[in-house]
Write a protein that binds this ligand. Structure first.
Ligand code: TYD
Length: 221
């Protein structure tokens, strides 16, 4: 098995991760604007979702009861479609792809939160993200993952009463403790790919740290 590598031959692939309520989504658009200001094409997308098929699968996964294997398979099926239809074509054009959640969410939520088999998730990751490029076989992975790290109790307080919770948001605090531990485990396995963003700071400070993670890698002036 090949190891997933953070190799984006032409474009740039960045994912945003964190538990529900960590506040990542509001920073996706700000980073997009910073890239657009340099003249780059930016593709904003999300998981589960990002294509008509994957958005249908999203609605099922967020709302319909199912067992953990069915949940993992639907999430990776959605991801397969999203990669083939949107992410790889955009990277091939040289675009910046900003994705609100990607495979780390499957390890954190299904692996950590639900306790689903980590090794099976690794196998699915290999199958779904494998691509034969002209020059090499490799497994598509973000070049950078911005992990919005927030105490699950603070995240829960932020979410309380905000909207009707989906199947994940409705989980108890202990679930989100396990999700956060799942993200931590992914970070430890691939520390160079991750930038940990302290999400308990004021909005402006979080925004500054997001930009610093990207400029520090030389991707923005
Ligand atoms: P989220 O980004 O929180 O969407 P929104 O902000 O619109 O609610 O994603 C929806 C949920 O899907 C979130 O609770 C995490 C969950 N999820 C998984 O469980 N596994 C995955 O692989 C992905 C991508 C998301």
């Amino acid at each position: 098995m090949s190891t997933p590598v953070s190799h984006n031959p032409h474009g740039l692939f960045i994912s945003f991760e964190g538990i529900d309520g960590a506040g990542k989504s509001s920073h996706v658009e700000a980073l997009a604007e910073a890239f657009r200001a340099t003249g780059r094409e930016v593709v904003l997308t999300r998981e589960p979702g990002g294509t008509p098929l994957a958005e249908k699968l999203r609605a099922l996964v967020l709302n319909d009861a199912m067992d953990p294997l069915a949940e993992a398979l639907l999430l990776f099926a959605a991801r397969r479609d999203h990669i083939g239809q949107v992410i790889v074509p955009a990277l091939d054009r040289g675009a910046v792809v900003l994705c609100d959640r990607f495979t780390d969410a499957s390890f954190a939520y299904q692996g950590g939160g639900r306790g689903f088999d980590w090794q099976v998730l690794s196998t699915l990751e290999q199958w779904v993200q494998q691509r034969c490029w002209p020059e090499a076989d490799f497994v598509l992975n973000p070049a950078l993952t911005l992990w919005f790290d927030l105490d699950p109790a603070v995240a829960a307080a932020r979410l309380a009463g905000a909207r009707v919770p989906d199947r994940f948001e409705a989980q108890p605090a202990a679930f989100f403790e396990r999700v956060a531990a799942g993200y931590q485990r992914r970070l430890q396995a691939d520390p160079l790919r991750f930038a940990r963003i302290a999400a308990d700071q004021p909005l402006e400070a979080v925004r500054r740290d997001v930009l610093a993670a990207v400029t520090g890698r030389g991707w923005l002036p």
